[in-house]
Each structure stands twice: as structure tokens, then as C-alpha cells.
Design a protein around this ligand. Sequence first.
Ligand code: R5P
Length: 320
Amino acid sequence: MIKEVPSLREAKLFSGNSNPVLAKDIADYLKLPLSEALVSRFPDEEIQVRCLENVRGKDVFIVQSTFSPAENLFELLIMMDAVRRASARTICAVVPFFGYARQDRKTKSREPITAKLVANLITVAGATRVISVDLHAGQIQGFFDIPMDNLTVVKILGKYFRDKNLKKPVVVAPDVGAVQRATDFAKEIPGSTQAIFVKKRLSPEEVDTSRLIGEVNGKSVILVDDAIHTGGTLISAAQEVLKRGAKEVYATAVHGVFAKDSVDKINNSPLKELVITDTVPSTERQPSEKVTVLSVAPLVGEAIKRIILHESVSELFEKD
Ligand code: R5P
């Protein structure tokens, strides 16, 4: 019996409207053209989708982050429905930023678990696999009963900061939820020490970071978080470490969501540099000289390549 040899040519890569530049960069990494689809709006603003290429029997990858507005999530769902009904063989939702993940457990009565709801929606719409980058909480993987690859940019961010050769760097988690991420990052920075804030969230826009465990006096601080929304967490933590004698403060977050006037706040903050990735596109929302954007295209592209070629993906998200 002749064994079928997997080929990149069997794959179709589509983009929704949330990450067109990143999708193109991923396509370039794979040396594949982006497949054509109409992802538009009816006159009443409802989403209209039509896949303009044959996908029968193909492995389909749809690149679409699900940051707000919810139309981004809805586009992804509708695009998957289109390719499922057009007989795609497999459908992989490539969601570089998995939004609606902050409510991932009930912390108070009568709260939803929105991350689980979104996982259900993605699965019901037809996904046979999901790729994401640095989920807000790793356990969100378990909300899916299909293969779910949670890639991590820790090595990309680690290399960037390693190359700075900072003297006496201390990696600081701005809250307890960021400790694992900060610990993984610290492993990439030889000679670094660690500290942790005990953050209290007073409201979606206000945090109290007055309690710090660890020493930052005279050191270069690198704050490590998964996302920046209002900037409240990182800016408040930056101010606190400076009060405690830190020499300078850098910050890194995987996802630059940048709500409201957060870019102005970053510009006016004591942060020396904020390093993020392009899981949420660089737009006029973040035209700051303080913000450096690193690309996840090679990481995501490599994961897609390995999935198509039936090779191991694990080393892309395994930590040493
Ligand atoms: C919280 O659980 C997250 O890890 C981030 O700390 C949070 O999303 C940052 O939000 P903001 O920039 O609004 O403080």
C-alpha cells in the first residue's frame, strides 16, 4: 500500500480581519499564498463570509485573534462554518490572542466562565484543532476536547532581553497569576533573580501593588505579564519598584491589547521599554516609541508546518 506523504500544498491558510498582517507573515514563513475569502459586512453590518477557493479534502488553517469587538470571534466562527460545509478535511483555528479568557473560573457567585463558552463555540463551529499563543491561563487548554497547542513566546522574549545584557536583572511577576510565566522567563535570563507582587484588583482599571516579595534595590527590573489592557498593572508595579530603589524598569507582555488611553499612560510612565508581540496587531492604537513589537509569525508558522507534515509540535511549547 502506498503511504500518503503529507504536503504543505494540501493546506489552505485563511485570514479573518483581526490579524491580516500577521496572517500574511505566517503565509510568507510557510511560503504559501493566503487563500482567498470574502469576509465582509452586509449593509446592516452582519458578517458576510464566502470562501473563494475549493477546500474539499484540505487541511484548513484560519488565522484570527479574538480580541474585542466580539465580531472578531464571530468572524472566526462563521469562517469555520463555511469551510466545514465546504468539506474541509481538518479545520485548525489559529487564534494568536485568545480573547474572552479573563473570566476563566468563577471567583464570585453568578459569574460566567466565558473562556469555556468560547471554547465550546469554537468547537461547535467546526474546529478540529486549535493553536494559540500564551493563553491567559494554561488550564484553558482543558476547556477543549480537541487537540489544543498553547505555544509560548518565552524564548523569543527571553532572547530579546538576554541580548541587552542588563546588569543584576530581577524578573518581577506583577501578580501571583504571572509567577509561572515569570519563572519560565527568568530561566532565559542567566544570573537573574525573581520577585513577586501580591496584586489586589480594586476595579477593572485600578490595582493595588503595594506588597512586594523580593529585593529590587539597585537592580534592573523586568516585569513579565501575559497581557496589557489598561496598563494599570504594569505601570503601578513599575512605580512601586522604583520607590523601592530599582535602577530602571522594563516590561514585557505577550499580548498588547491596549484599552482606552493605555498608550498615553505607557508613554507617561516610568517604564523604559515595553516589549510585546504582534498577536494583537500594531495599529494606531500603539504608536509609542516605548513599545517594541516582536513577531510570533515564525513560531506560529512553524507550528502550522509541523501539524501539516505530521511532525512534533511539542518542542515549540515545551519548557526546558
Ligand atoms: C491579569 O490577570 C492579567 O494577567 C494582566 O495582569 C491584566 O490583564 C493586565 O490588565 P491591565 O493592563 O488592565 O492592568
